[in-house]
Design a protein around this ligand. Structure first.
Ligand SMILES: [Zn+2]
Length: 180
């Protein structure tokens, strides 16, 4: 699947999430058909960064058409971690390596809400085609990021861009779309 560019291509690829009868709300039928809880590949333990701390989660809700891409990215991140460790590294050690870099911690995927920078348009999270990672340390509005170049590169290898270059930088944010 090619990365869509601009709202027309995004809607063509992923459908229109908005309820025609209620322009500020999601179309429940669209949500039910397209948004699924996607589990990470074997070995991974993902966490949600709640206000109260880290909460173990079984997966992230995103657009079902991105399930394979999400799995491929997390598989490649896992392999990268494995390659940094001794050959006999255990699953627990790989998990620890990922956890120390907080690349196993999310602020969520699908979320029907306006774009934070421009409330007139929808956020990519409305389509379930954006995911926030380690928002506690990579808040919107900061140019600095604790997420490392190799990590952004793996997402980019699979067609996902990130919010570092946005007018208001959003380093936590990766999305399967450009021009929006
Ligand atoms: Zn985001």
């Amino acid at each position: 699947m090619n990365t869509p560019h601009g709202y027309d291509e995004i809607i063509k690829a992923f459908g229109n999430p908005t309820d025609p009868a209620h322009p500020t709300k999601v179309n429940p039928a669209w949500e039910q058909a397209n948004i699924k809880l996607i589990k990470p590949p074997a070995g991974w333990q993902l966490y949600y960064q709640d206000d109260a701390g880290l909460v173990k989660i079984s997966g992230i809700r995103i657009h079902v058409l991105l399930a394979d891409s999400f799995t491929a990215v997390l598989t490649e991140i896992w392999e990268h971690a494995k390659a940094q460790l001794p050959a006999n590294a255990t699953t627990a050690q790989i998990q620890q390596w990922l956890h120390a870099k907080r690349v196993d911690q999310t602020g969520g995927g699908y979320n029907y809400r306006p774009n934070t920078s421009n409330p007139k348009v929808l956020s990519m999270h409305c389509w379930g085609i954006a995911i926030d990672w380690d928002p506690d340390h990579n808040p919107r509005g900061t140019a600095a990021t604790t997420l490392e170049p190799w990590w952004y590169q793996i997402w980019a290898n699979h067609g996902w861009s990130n919010g570092q270059h946005f007018h208001t930088p959003d380093p936590m944010h990766v999305q399967f779309a450009t021009g929006a």
